[in-house]
Design a protein around this ligand. Structure first.
Ligand code: PGA
Length: 248
């Protein structure tokens, strides 16, 4: 297993002045911490080039929040994986539940985006997770299993990261119980090993949804939780470093 990954997803938040947070995160990571955990910030598309420039040579990697499946062409407003790579990103989030909901992204569309990421030489962070209704009706594992089967392309553990994010836990302050996180992560691991063999057994599986400095240590110690995807708490360096510090 590679080092765990703590990735911050700024979503549609942040202006140029927010890039200062990336410098603060980088300077808050000592050599010991750098050896234990990979750290990434995914700013809005318009800030990625500047963010990558600012982060160059340091401990913070930069990722995108979405990409188009095609490398270029007549797709007004979209950004390709190749463009993200060109300006210094090393990864891209695909299939976040907000994109699945706001833009009607299907599993097949998410898979095509993940394949585009691999084609461009980016790590694909593929998001899956159930809604509150699905959790309450007892279909969580079936939903997550279907999303994994439909959204995760063929690839290696170095190229693909999975993020399990219960939709109802995102931005809500609600977090599943440790037992529920453990159940889903063990299920994801088993399915990845079945579909991707030895590579699937090594892929990092992040937990996301209301991760904060106060709950990071407990969540990060759950078996098969190999890091975090962090929204709100990634916007301020001290909060984000508090989560990264779960690996100190
Ligand atoms: P949150 O978002 O940490 O604000 O809950 C997580 C995410 O959507 O990736």
């Amino acid at each position: 297993m590679d080092r765990p990954l703590v990735a911050g997803n700024w979503k549609m938040n942040g202006l140029a002045a927010s890039l200062e947070q990336i410098g603060l995160i980088a300077s808050g990571m000592d050599a010991a911490l750098q050896g234990k955990v990979d750290v990434m910030i995914c700013p809005p598309a318009v800030l990625i080039a500047q963010a990558a420039w600012k982060a160059k040579g340091g401990a913070v990697q930069i990722g995108g929040q979405d990409c188009h499946a095609k490398p270029s062409g007549a797709h007004t407003g979209d950004v390709s994986a190749e463009m993200l790579k060109d300006v210094g990103a090393s990864a891209v989030i695909v299939g976040h539940s907000e994109r699945r909901a706001d833009h009607g992204e299907s599993d097949a569309a998410v898979k095509a985006k993940a394949e585009a990421a691999l084609r461009a030489g980016l790590v694909a962070i593929v998001c899956v997770g159930e809604t509150r209704e699905q959790r309450e009706s007892g279909t969580t594992l079936a939903i997550v299993g279907g999303q994994l089967a439909g959204s995760v392309p063929a690839g290696s553990a170095a190229q693909i990261v999975i993020a399990y994010e219960p939709v109802w836990a995102i931005g809500s302050g609600l977090v599943p119980s440790v037992a529920d996180v453990a159940e889903v992560h063990a299920f994801v691991r088993k399915q990845l090993a079945a579909s991707h063999g030895a590579e699937g057994a090594k892929m990092r599986i992040l937990y996301g949804g209301s991760v904060k400095p106060s709950n990071a240590k407990e969540l990060m110690s759950v078996p098969h939780v190999n890091g975090a995807l962090v929204g709100g708490a990634s916007l301020v360096a001290s909060d984000f470093l508090g989560i990264v510090g779960a690996y100190a």
